[in-house]
Design a protein around this ligand. Structure first.
Ligand code: CU
Length: 122
């Protein structure tokens, strides 16, 4: 009888450990995936007087971030003032907006108006 209880206790403890491990692993994975996805997603690099990628497709409510990799200052200005414009971005400076209503949004750099990009919000 004692042996049975002991064995049972062990089994319960083992099960708890396994379940706990599984939960931790699942939670850990989710956090890592969430962080990397949020980091890399919807990033537009400004490099060599170009927005890259020139066209980006996002979902409404998602964050969009530009980062200036040039030594020249650049801006992000919406055609038709459909979203807030950035200040002049210095090297490695970032600017973010939250995607609004679905539609196509054109933007340009007010310092170099030939630099243009497009955001498609779904
Ligand atoms: Cu520019």
């Amino acid at each position: 009888m004692i042996t049975f209880i002991r064995k049972n206790k062990r089994a319960v403890l083992l099960t708890i450990l396994v379940v706990l491990n599984f939960c931790l692993a699942a939670f850990g994975n989710e956090t890592i995936n969430g962080a990397s996805a949020g980091d890399a997603k919807n990033k537009i690099e400004i490099k060599d007087f170009m927005f890259y990628p020139p066209t980006i497709t996002v979902k409404s409510g998602e964050k969009i971030t530009w980062i200036n990799r040039d030594d020249e200052p650049h801006t992000v200005v919406s055609v038709g003032k459909k979203f807030q414009k950035s200040s002049a971005l210095d090297t490695d400076q970032e600017f973010s907006i939250t995607a609004g209503a679905p539609g196509t949004y054109e933007y340009f750099c007010s310092v170099h108006p030939k630099m243009t990009g497009t955001i498609v919000v779904q």
